[in-house]
Design a protein around this ligand. Structure first.
Ligand code: TRP
Length: 461
């Protein structure tokens, strides 16, 4: 890591909000270049601001192909408004036709926060899943499981450990010699979480999107790197036109790919593999295929960048047929964090920084009254200079959580900036909207409480 580079630590209690630098440094794509179907308020307001490979998911959605959504929850504290943002996004993907898998990170919570598995389960069900039901996730299309009881996830994480090493952990997470190994194990289990939905037992090969806050991006970088390293076929842009396919020879495919123990190459095996690749490309409709087993390359001159996904999926299927894992790198989306009520980071361990979904109305009211304000210190000054909605918590919470109407929000924004709306008035508007939102949520929570067990996967009942 060079001087001045950002280091994102998923376990840290502070957070960088320098989002454009994050986009640059970690190679995220901005969301402004994609057209989203039926965007939610989080998309319309730029709160979900970046992605990796979301186009794969949108493409699948458009053509009616399967795609999945995966997220995880850390069962340690109470569920607050910040946590609800991921669920809003999961719901959006669910409404677009995605199947939903949710990992309860009980192993991670035990290893990094000392929460017992039994306690983790209780928190997950009563704090989180009960709120998911109230927030409108569909139990018939959602599958919640526990890291501790899904052996397939642990096995996958363990197996894929051979595709990374301590240097990579050092560079991604900033680990040192005294880093506790729980912080090495937890990301590997998370790799298992993220990749397992595409295995045959859990729905098969399809794009899987992971909506997260930027703090979780290190895990995605790790997972995407591992998936790519495990792939048997490389797909690259050709130097000339089109794309170039090559073999990635590894321990577990050397024999199938004709690498003999004596160092010679079994040409008939290589040709057989190449023939299967050509067959798959022909199925996709390509006719100009330049297959050269001797050089170890296949060039498809007419293939464009948008064909790459189709080709990749076909070759991952072929890899699976040949005995490989055939893992597709996960897609992801990133959201901005809502500021804490006090102006610092929202955190379950500091109740004053956030609103819990089970806070009662008088607590919510008090918290908003005391919230950090972007107004001026006297009314006279405020009228003259105006307030700053970008740092005004009441305005921010209306934008992130409570106000659906974009036009009204724009009015509030302009009114605040011009000094027409006072800080106290903004707070009152926020309190009114929050009261409605929270009351409605509590009502829905009691109506949907009985659905909790329907969310659980068969191995997690
Ligand atoms: N590490 C996540 C957290 O701290 C929880 C988690 C576990 C997760 N597995 C995941 C998040 C998979 C997203 C995807 O909250």
């Amino acid at each position: 890591m060079g001087d001045g580079d950002l280091n994102i630590d998923p376990w840290s209690s502070t957070q960088s909000t320098d989002y454009s630098r994050i986009i640059d440094q970690f190679g995220l794509s901005s969301l402004t270049n994609l057209t989203l179907p039926n965007p939610s308020h989080l998309h319309r307001r730029g709160i979900v601001f970046a992605h990796r490979d979301l186009d794969l998911v949108l493409q699948a959605q458009k053509t009616g192909d399967n795609f999945g959504v995966l997220t995880g929850l850390m069962p340690s504290g109470r569920m607050h408004l910040g946590h609800s943002m991921v669920i809003e996004q999961v719901k959006w993907f669910q409404n677009l036709g995605g199947d939903v898998t949710i990992a309860v990170a009980d192993l991670e919570s035990q290893a990094t926060r000392g929460v017992s598995l039994a306690k983790g389960r209780e928190i997950a069900l009563h704090e989180y899943v009960a709120n998911y039901a109230a927030l409108g996730l569909n139990p018939d299309l959602t599958s919640v499981y526990f890291q501790s009881t899904r052996a397939d996830v642990q096995r996958l994480g363990f197996q894929l450990g051979r595709r990374t090493n301590l240097s990579e952990f050092e560079s991604i997470y900033g680990f040192k010699g005294d880093t506790n190994l729980a912080h090495v194990q937890a990301p590997m289990v998370q790799v298992g979480d993220i990749l397992h939905p595409q295995t045959e037992e859990y729905g098969g090969l399809r794009p899987i999107v992971v909506p997260v806050g930027v703090d979780q991006d290190p895990h995605l970088r790790l997972t995407r790197g591992i998936a790519a390293k495990s792939n048997w076929f490389n797909i690259k842009n050709n130097n000339g036109p089109g794309i170039l396919i090559g073999l990635s020879i590894q321990d577990d495919n050397a024999e199938i790919f004709g690498q003999q123990a004596n160092g010679r190459i079994d040409k008939s095996k290589v040709s057989a593999i190449f023939a299967q690749v050509v067959e798959r490309l022909t199925e996709l409709g390509f006719s100009d295929i330049n297959s050269n087993p001797k050089q170890g390359t296949i060039i498809v001159p007419s293939a464009t960048k948008t064909d790459t996904t189709k080709i990749r999926l076909k070759l991952l299927q072929l890899e699976r047929k040949l005995g490989g894992m055939g893992l597709l790198a996960p897609s992801s989306t990133y959201h901005h964090f809502a500021v804490g009520l006090t102006g610092e980071k929202m955190s379950s361990s500091k109740p004053k920084t956030t609103i819990f979904l089970d806070d009662d109305i008088s607590t919510v009211t008090k918290k908003i009254r005391k919230a950090f304000s972007g107004g001026q210190s006297t009314i006279e000054e405020h009228r003259r200079l105006g307030g700053n909605p970008d740092i005004d918590v009441a305005y921010q919470y209306l934008m992130y959580f409570f106000e659906q109407d974009d036009a009204y929000l724009a009015e509030l924004n302009a009114g605040y900036r011009s000094g027409k709306i006072l800080a106290g008035e903004m707070k009152q508007i926020c309190i009114d909207q929050a009261t409605q939102w929270i009351e409605n949520h509590h009502e829905l929570r009691s109506q949907t409480e009985h659905l909790v067990s329907n969310f659980l996967a068969p191995d997690s009942k």
